[in-house]
Design a protein around this ligand. Structure first.
Ligand code: ADP
Ligand code: MG
Length: 388
């Protein structure tokens, strides 16, 4: 028996039970696996899809042992799960991507240093461990962007600093929000032409599969819309594929990775960040590809062959953020959406609606990107304001 291959019937553990954990659980169940979800929030959507649920804090040692006893392998829905927990679990079951990969990725300074060391272009950056260092650096100039080294997401824990005079206000914020050991990364603020991203899946034998390059639009640091495939010259796509594959290869990562890149006006690409997991910008793959990013996550975790990646249709994915979810849940707006050819609605089942909370998404499928973009634009213009 090959011990590295985990066949259906086994139970897969996932740390984090938000929408990403829920979509992983859905794929795993369809493929014949049991699922154990560990998320300290009892309301987290993936708990409802779990065969076994844990809601203890991640620091609970008894819960960790219990979880390890119930699962044959472990993955996580995002990079902000405790690295130490993954290290401990790894002593008992395979954790993919490994805790070593997680440790590199979950600290933005470590991650950018790693990427740069491996020959990948990244924005100029500078790590600081004291808020007072903010206006002492003369390396980057202004504008710059300051990000917490760890635990940021959806643009949270980020400050744009346009001029040196802005440093004082940001410094106060850093002092107010800092914890023991806090560090921050300062990055040159890039006036990029576009943001693009690409999924790379890597199996335990080193085989890699790459998804199409997609274009992303962010608002307020948060993903708003993804278009697939990205409308860029073939040379840019080739370059992005090469960079993404070499990043995942250098990490020796096993699992699904999303590489976010900035495309500059002169055609240069710089890596913004690497996520060691399925990504919001890859949600189109649920409806527009032969094999979704979540099915690949299951396959890679279990040491199974990776799935063929084929884009079946151009698509535009639009996030439903905060109150916008009501357009998809309240009549007559939701009925209008259900009548829209090619529109696939995904609702995450989160009970509380909060501003800047991802509540669901819509994938608009069409025979061309232009048509899919027009459908997304029409939806947005029908609903310029969130319903009251
Ligand atoms: P998160 O983990 O929150 O996704 P990112 O580093 O990807 O953090 O930043 C979120 C968004 O902020 C990016 O997608 C991009 O739009 C913007 N951003 C981040 N870094 C820079 C930068 N150095 N220059 C310009 N914009 C940036
Ligand atoms: Mg990002």
């Amino acid at each position: 028996m090959n011990v590295t291959i985990i066949d259906p019937g086994a139970t897969l553990g996932v740390l984090g039970g938000g929408q990403l954990g829920a979509m992983f659980a859905t794929a795993a169940r369809r493929m014949g696996y049991g699922v154990a979800v560990w998320d300290p929030h009892a309301e987290a959507p993936a708990h409802r899809l779990a065969d076994y649920s844990l809601t203890q804090p991640f620091s609970d040692v008894a819960a960790r042992k219990d979880f390890a006893r119930h699962v044959h392998a472990v993955t996580y829905e995002w990079e902000n799960v405790p690295g130490e927990l993954c290290e401990q679990l790894e002593l008992e079951v395979p954790v993919r991507p490994s805790s070593r990969v997680l440790r590199v990725i979950q600290d933005r300074i470590e991650q950018k240093t790693f990427l740069q060391t491996h020959g990948l272009n990244v924005p100029a950056f500078y790590g600081i461990s004291l808020p007072e260092e903010l206006d002492r650096q003369a390396v980057l100039g202004y504008p710059l962007i300051c990000k917490t080294a760890t635990a940021g997401y959806d643009g949270k824990g980020q400050w744009k600093i346009s001029r040196v005079e802005d440093c004082a206000v940001v410094q106060e914020d850093l002092i107010r929000t800092m914890r023991p050991g806090s560090r921050w990364i300062l990055e040159e603020f890039l006036l990029f032409e576009r943001e693009v991203s690409i999924l790379v899946v890597r199996s335990i034998d080193g085989t890699m599969r790459t998804y199409p390059l997609v274009e992303n639009i962010h608002e307020d640091g948060m993903l708003r819309q993804t278009t697939v495939p990205a409308d860029v010259p073939a040379a840019v796509t080739q370059q992005a594929v090469m960079m993404a594959r070499s990043a995942v290869q250098a990490l020796d990562g096993v699992g699904v990775f999303c590489v976010e890149l900035f495309l500059m006006g002169d055609g240069r690409l710089l890596v913004n960040e690497v996520a060691p997991r399925p990504h919001n910008s890859g949600h189109y793959s649920l409806d527009a590809c032969t094999v979704s990013q979540f099915e690949q996550q299951v396959r890679a975790l279990c040491g199974q062959p990776l799935g063929e990646v084929r884009l079946l249709s151009p698509a535009v994915m639009l996030n439903l953020i905060g109150d916008e979810v009501l357009f998809a849940t309240v009549s007559p707006a939701n009925q209008e959406l259900l009548c829209e050819p090619g529109a696939v609605v995904h609702l995450y089942g989160k009970r509380a609606i909060r501003p800047k909370r991802k509540m669901g998404h819509i994938t608009f499928l069409a025979s061309t990107c232009a048509e899919a973009l027009a459908k997304a634009a029409a939806f947005r213009s029908r609903h310029p304001q969130p319903p009251q």
